[in-house]
Design a protein around this ligand. Structure first.
Ligand SMILES: [Zn+2]
Length: 263
């Protein structure tokens, strides 16, 4: 059923964007339901995710399609808040934003996503988290998810941050979806980290917030947040880091078309 539905999703998305008159056609029940779902995806994503709104029409089609597939591949768990499909769609869209230039985007290592209403305790009593990633799944505070997109230029976006951890995790764990090309490109990252760390130590200044310097994993996640929220400033202040992230993620937020390599 999954792949059959996928074909139908492709067909419906294509027609919607070509503005063909779907209303004059007699649609099957399944097609009607999918058409409604896809329109909802488009409405919800365009309302919250600024990245989506500046994509070309073809890119928007791919974005919605990928979000749909990503969402279908995960089980969402709502801990302390009511189940809401909008949440699953938006969290999936955040992952799709991060991986938009990559061929493998489903983060297949992760089957479960856990949503909490607000910051939560985990392992260490007294310490509050707004998101984390573990072999059990991806965890996010919904309140902070929304804040991440409400202020789209403060270099803080917890969903992008955690998905960046998840992407690294997905590709360095030993399983079928790990991408050797991503692993090879990711070797560029320590090369950017070393000089940035040295610069930070000597000047005590960095365009990235200080949490980035906790360790190389946090440096990756914080850099990626900044890459999407303030690409020009990152490119100006830390050009090597900027180009390395473009190379790893295969997209450039400052280019007219996000990427040209993937169809
Ligand atoms: Zn982190």
């Amino acid at each position: 059923m999954f792949y059959g539905m996928g074909g139908l999703v492709n067909k419906i998305i294509k027609r919607l964007f070509k503005k063909q008159k779907l209303e004059n056609e007699i649609l099957g029940q399944e097609e009607e339901a999918l058409l409604h779902t896809i329109l909802e995806y488009s409405r919800i994503i365009s309302q919250y995710i600024p990245y989506f709104n500046i994509l070309s029409s073809a890119e928007k089609q791919r974005f919605i399609k990928r979000t749909w597939f990503f969402r279908q591949s995960k089980t969402f768990h709502y801990i302390g808040l009511g189940e809401k499909e909008e949440i699953a769609i938006l969290v999936s869209a955040a992952a799709v934003q991060l991986t938009f230039g990559l061929r493998r985007y489903k983060l297949i290592y992760f089957k479960h996503i856990y949503i909490m209403p607000d910051a939560y305790q985990f392992e260490t009593p007294g310490e509050l988290y707004i998101g984390h990633v573990s072999p059990k799944g991806i965890y996010l505070s919904w309140k902070h998810f929304l804040q991440g997109y409400e202020n789209a230029t403060d270099n803080v976006n917890v969903a992008i941050h955690e998905m960046a951890h998840a992407l690294e995790y997905n590709n360095f764990m030993d399983h079928a979806d790990a991408d050797p090309k991503f692993r090879a490109d990711f070797q560029l990252f320590p090369v950017a980290y070393g000089p940035a760390l040295a610069h930070m130590i000597t000047t005590r200044r960095s365009y990235l917030r200080s949490y980035a310097y906790t360790n190389i994993r946090e440096f990756w996640a914080v850099s990626v947040e900044t890459f999407f929220e303030n690409p020009s400033a990152l490119k100006t202040t830390m050009p090597k880091l900027y180009y390395v992230i473009c190379e790893i993620l295969k997209q450039d937020p400052l280019a007219q078309h996000r990427n040209t390599t993937i169809v």
